[in-house]
Design a protein around this ligand. Sequence first.
Ligand SMILES: *[C@@H]1O[C@H](CO)[C@@H](O)[C@H](O)[C@H]1NC(C)=O
Ligand SMILES: *[C@@H]1O[C@H](CO)[C@@H](O)[C@H](O)[C@H]1NC(C)=O
Ligand SMILES: *[C@@H]1O[C@H](CO)[C@@H](O)[C@H](O)[C@H]1NC(C)=O
Ligand SMILES: *[C@@H]1O[C@H](CO)[C@@H](O)[C@H](O)[C@H]1NC(C)=O
Ligand SMILES: *[C@@H]1O[C@H](CO)[C@@H](O)[C@H](O)[C@H]1NC(C)=O
Ligand SMILES: *[C@@H]1O[C@H](CO)[C@@H](O)[C@H](O)[C@H]1NC(C)=O
Ligand SMILES: *[C@@H]1O[C@H](CO)[C@@H](O)[C@H](O)[C@H]1NC(C)=O
Length: 793
Amino acid sequence: MPFLITIVFLALLSSASTTSSAPYTPTDYILLNSGASSNTMSDDDGRHWVADADDLYSNTSSFSSIASYLEPSVTQVPYMTARIFHGQFTYKFPVSSGPKFLRLYFYPNEYPGLDISASFFSVTANNYTLMSNFSAYLVSSASPPQAFIVKEFVITVHDQQMLDVTFAPSPNSFAFINGIEVASMPANLYTGQTFGSVHLLDTNYFFELKNTTALETAYRLNVGGNDILKTDDSGMFRTWNQDSEYIFGAAFGVMPYQPNTTIKYTKATPVYMAPEVVYETARTMGPTASINLNYNLTWLFTVDPGFYYLVRLHFCETSLQYINQRVFDIFINNHTAEEAMDVIALSGGNGIPVYKDYVVWVPQSVNDLWVALHPQTRGKPEFYDAVLNGLEIFKLSKWDGSLAAPNPPPETAPLTQKHSKKKGTFFIQKRVILGATLSSIVPMVLIFVFWLRKHLLRRTEALNRRKVSPTLCKHISLADILTATNDFDNALIVGRGGFGNVYRGCIPGVEHEVAVKRLNSKSHQGENEFWAEIEMLSQLRYINLVSLIGYCNENREMILVYDYMVNGTLRDHLYNNDNIPLPWKQRLRICIGAARGLTYLHSGAVQRIIHRDVKTTNILLDETWVAKVSDFGLSKTGPVLMENVPITTMVKGTFGYMDPEYYRRLQLTEKSDVYSFGVVLFEVLCARPAVDTRLNEEQIGLAGWALKCVENETPEQIVDPYLQGTIAAECLRVYVEIAKNCLHDVGVERPKMRDVLGMLEFALQLQETAETNQTVIGDGDTIDRPHTIDEVV
Ligand SMILES: *[C@@H]1O[C@H](CO)[C@@H](O)[C@H](O)[C@H]1NC(C)=O
Ligand SMILES: *[C@@H]1O[C@H](CO)[C@@H](O)[C@H](O)[C@H]1NC(C)=O
Ligand SMILES: *[C@@H]1O[C@H](CO)[C@@H](O)[C@H](O)[C@H]1NC(C)=O
Ligand SMILES: *[C@@H]1O[C@H](CO)[C@@H](O)[C@H](O)[C@H]1NC(C)=O
Ligand SMILES: *[C@@H]1O[C@H](CO)[C@@H](O)[C@H](O)[C@H]1NC(C)=O
Ligand SMILES: *[C@@H]1O[C@H](CO)[C@@H](O)[C@H](O)[C@H]1NC(C)=O
Ligand SMILES: *[C@@H]1O[C@H](CO)[C@@H](O)[C@H](O)[C@H]1NC(C)=O
């Protein structure tokens, strides 16, 4: 029977004398030296720890223990003493509400009478699973070995709550802890940020980082600088490490510490954001433009797969003064996170710090997280260079509140190295890529670039030999493409996307105009998606789908050629443009066409296809206003038999349209498309974007706002003013009902696309009936507006 023991800590406040001048003073600050019996313990930083005195625990299944020896790099406080648990045990920390750092200190060493390698346990805090069946021993002996382990979490304590930290040994095992630290932090420092401030990579939109998400710090780096001690942080006792171990390939441009620079903190980047020294030091690419153009300044991190990560990049331009002096692109795991980053333009001047947050999904098969910078030359900046000052990476808790990851596999000979462990590191699982010294760097860049080029060439040759069913889809020569697009003339661009640009043009031997989609080699849409799209599209021929005419992949170009849609995207005819707004019946017919296209994808033809990126810009209109669903680059296929069985996949798609269930649970079904289509339906009715950050908060997201109005039975409030008085009441009622059902929070409750189609056809019928009964309305496609009929809203 497991023991269930709880200890409440009162009056545990302690303080560190060294921090009185720090920009931020935690309101709650607790340092608990587990297993210690004396209250007067200071660590090497001068922070005072309190003992979790034994008498409190006399009735529990826990006991204190003292490590058999301390390695030279390990400090006595808090590592020498430990508390050992043979049953479940909860510490309750009475703290104020708000976000807290929780830091757990483990020293997996020899304790008398215990085999530390047999210790497996779970730790939960306020219902977040921080670790599960965790072995400090396995983690510390994985490569590179660490003497001790510090885990840092960010947990928001809500009103009326305490911070509960529970240790639960795995069966026949024991748990231990050497020290616990709790420190409050300013609200909204990491979580609970205002909606719209965090970019979910791979989409155009945002990620809501709520305060119900718990974070685990994975990395915190003072890029280009030295380690920063906890006591030199801006008051929250965070550790900042130097970045040299994470640099991949070459990096020699370290901007020196500049004593003259004063860091001008702002309201957006307050003084506690990061200590000055983070902003005073930086890494740049180096002085030689020709070299910089040929490599990416890259950092490589090992992360646990299957989680979202928050990547915060800190910038401060201390050596340049003006806009367009140093402009660069930012890539995270091959996604373009930022194009044309200009620190001065963003911050407003020299010495002003700024930061940018990105959220990236790391799928199951991936252990790496890359951050890469590359000079952006398009605007002809003065220097072809890039700069970064600081970086933080956090793992985000899953929808079930878990942050736990499996233990690393046992090393082959961990015990023999026991005494030669390197200095304990703040974060687990560092990986040293290249121990580059400054003098070896230039040749390394060249070798690296050379290797990459050879590698790429070989790949491309192999791909060129791939075959696509020739009858369905023809190969078009690059020469013809260049003729058609006037050498990719910018004036011919009709669309831009994450994948690259779309040009219009005429291909010799093809009667009508074509759309040439030139895939950006930098985009996430790699060769695999390219071939997937060709193979899929060439099999699909349907009136409501865009037809692929041909493709080209010469000279490392990846190009798809489609029929050109004269009337552009559906969005072009809804808002933010000069087109005449479409009348209601035409909008309905377009929705019906798009619904047919999606129904065909979901249940038709050869395979079950989920579009994954349904939005008004992916619904195109031909010269007769027939709707054509486009952009299958993100599609995923599966056998029809598996209808509604989730495909677990990495999140792609566009925020604002994205099925909440999909990004919460990463389960993709046709119902995710149905959700997005529901957003499209409201967009068509309201003629406003799916996400509009200029509006006040409750109106930002169309889906939420529209549902609210429908709930309050005031749908007229959101109808496009241009349509007022032209929609038959019955038709509107049915239409709104369909859209609402599509947006149901739970996928299985949403209608199938086939049913959506049927209902839309019914709505059109209702409109037509209303119009024939009321002769005044006429066609509805004319500009005459009826105002006299009570059947009309
Ligand atoms: C331990 O048990 C004794 C007797 O059962 C009880 O009086 C005492 O309050 C307990 N102490 C704690 C800390 O629970
Ligand atoms: C968490 O966020 C909610 C809504 O965003 C807010 O009302 C609440 O005060 C926050 N709680 C804390 C403890 O910060
Ligand atoms: C944890 O979850 C349980 C059950 O859902 C709930 O009763 C309890 O209040 C939660 N505790 C905290 C600290 O959130
Ligand atoms: C805990 O992990 C160890 C090794 O990683 C494994 O052998 C053991 O079966 C796990 N126990 C549980 C309860 O998951
Ligand atoms: C510091 O400022 C002084 C006066 O403004 C200047 O002469 C000196 O060159 C500056 N030093 C550096 C390292 O920029
Ligand atoms: C990024 O792209 C490269 C080359 O295509 C590939 O080898 C690598 O695995 C990709 N990384 C990620 C995280 O997708
Ligand atoms: C830089 O990284 C991006 C994204 O992974 C990649 O597409 C590009 O080819 C890289 N550039 C160089 C020169 O390595």
